[in-house]
Design a protein around this ligand. Structure first.
Ligand code: KIV
Length: 287
């Protein structure tokens, strides 16, 4: 991995907030996608536990394991050595105790070389946040719609629609920032609440479905390229239709195999001159 000079860090992100420069963040789970993301110049990559749904086809993020997150974080790290990478703590990797949280956050750092970890929850995860910070790691908080606990919200629902729930979210945001979280993500939060939190806190505040006023934006790569098919949240903008491109390419290949158009002469290897006759002679003995 080595020391890399042009990789942004939390000081850069804080300065970008102060200057009003928007920070670009996407998820990525594999080598090719992460290398495209770095080439495209994103500021940050999240190896989200959304990989459970986007890569493994689970119905939620709950079954995702630490081992899966580590393997995918390693791929992304190799592909994007000059990008700030955040590992996402999966369900039950930190909820039980601050000790579990430190051990598992440490695995992301030691095994996958991430630059920060993200965990879901507000006030209730403050002990975990403090413990991870005390071990010298960087923490990104995540509040609003937190996918690991959608059961408690009655599904994937926007947060901060009432004054009380908005105020609760401010309380959680302040608790995380006071505990030392250096980055904060708001998911599916109403824009007035997101704006209030962004202006209140010194740390960079990111939106995934929380409107324009945050310091940066995050989208799930499988949504933005039009690959994930199960559902599309309201806040997603699709910038491509990779599902259609891939389906058409595979269907064209299937047609050509069946018709005999593939492989053509240019897709095959040639024997050296004069070898075919010798080969027939030699091969005869095995008939
Ligand atoms: O896992 C993930 O990609 C996330 C986003 C939904 C914020 O946590």
């Amino acid at each position: 991995m080595g020391i890399s000079s042009n990789k942004k860090n939390i000081v850069d992100f804080r300065q970008m907030k102060q200057k009003g420069e928007k920070i670009v963040w996407i998820t990525s789970y594999d080598y090719p996608t992460a290398s495209f993301a770095e080439k495209a110049g994103v500021d940050m990559i999240l190896v989200g536990d959304s990989l459970g749904m986007c890569i493994y086809g689970y119905e939620s993020t709950v079954p995702v394991t630490m081992d899966q997150c580590i393997v995918h974080s390693e791929c992304v790290r190799r592909a994007a050595p000059n990008t700030f990478i955040i590992g996402d703590m999966p369900f039950m990797s930190y909820q039980r105790s601050p000790e579990d949280a430190v051990v598992n956050a440490g695995r992301f750092y030691q095994d996958a070389g991430v630059d920060a970890i993200k965990l879901e929850g507000g006030e209730r995860v403050v002990p975990q946040v403090r413990a991870i910070l005390d071990a010298g790691m960087v923490v990104c908080g995540h509040i609003g719609l937190t996918p690991q606990s959608t059961g408690q919200f009655g599904g994937y629902k926007a947060q901060g629609r009432t004054a009380e729930s908005g105020a609760d979210m401010v309380k959680d945001a302040v608790a995380l920032a006071n505990a030392g979280a250096q980055l904060l993500l708001l998911e599916a939060v109403t824009p007035p609440v997101a704006k209030y939190i962004t202006e209140l806190l010194d740390i960079p505040v990111y939106s995934i479905g929380a409107g324009i006023d945050c310091d940066g934006q995050l989208l799930i790569v499988s949504d933005l390229i039009g690959e994930f098919q199960a559902f599309t949240p309201k806040f997603v903008k699709k910038y491509a239709n990779v599902a259609e491109v891939m389906t058409n390419a595979i269907a064209a290949y299937a047609d050509e195999v069946r018709s005999g158009a593939f492989p053509a002469d240019e897709h095959t290897y040639k024997m050296k001159k004069g070898e075919y006759e010798r080969f027939c002679e030699l091969a005869k003995q095995y008939k």
